[in-house]
Write a protein that binds this ligand. Structure first.
Ligand code: FES
Length: 141
């Protein structure tokens, strides 16, 4: 009798944990507009995006090598910055929204040109990704 209670309690706890994970994943994927949906991977030539797909002063979500999500911001005619889209708070996917990079999970906001925190709860900025521009395309450096 005691054993059944213990196993039952563990099952409930495990189920609750699994449910929490599903909820967390769902929350990470929700709330983004079509512009915030990251590309699933880099293109066949290894580029992250065409430069022409990123108007000066804007940001786009991209797929990074290895399947990670990233963000490319065009800061000038041929100047870009790139960041990991993984929120340093709890790991949700940050995406471009308006003139900021926003985490849909708890509302952290980041500067699109530097990745610095503008609004918490995140305490650190987005990790920088080294990139270069060649032939009108943005490549991992
Ligand atoms: S995971 Fe991004 S603000 Fe919490």
């Amino acid at each position: 009798m005691h054993l059944e209670t213990s196993v039952g309690r563990r099952s409930v706890l495990a189920g609750g944990a699994a449910g929490a994970c599903v909820c967390a994943l769902a929350a990470c994927g929700a709330g983004g507009s079509s512009e915030s949906t990251p590309a699933p991977s880099t293109s066949a030539d290894g580029s992250l995006t065409e430069l022409s797909a990123v108007p000066v002063g804007s940001s786009v979500a991209v797929g990074l090598p290895g399947g990670a999500m990233g963000i490319v911001t065009r800061t000038g005619d041929a100047a870009v910055r790139a960041f990991s889209a993984i929120c340093p708070h709890q790991g949700c996917a940050v995406a471009p929204k308006g003139d900021k990079l926003v985490c849909p999970c708890h509302g952290s906001e980041f500067a699109p040109d530097t990745g610095a925190v503008l609004e918490g709860p995140a305490r650190t900025g987005l990790a920088t990704v080294a990139v270069s521009v060649r032939d009108g395309k943005v490549y991992p450096a």
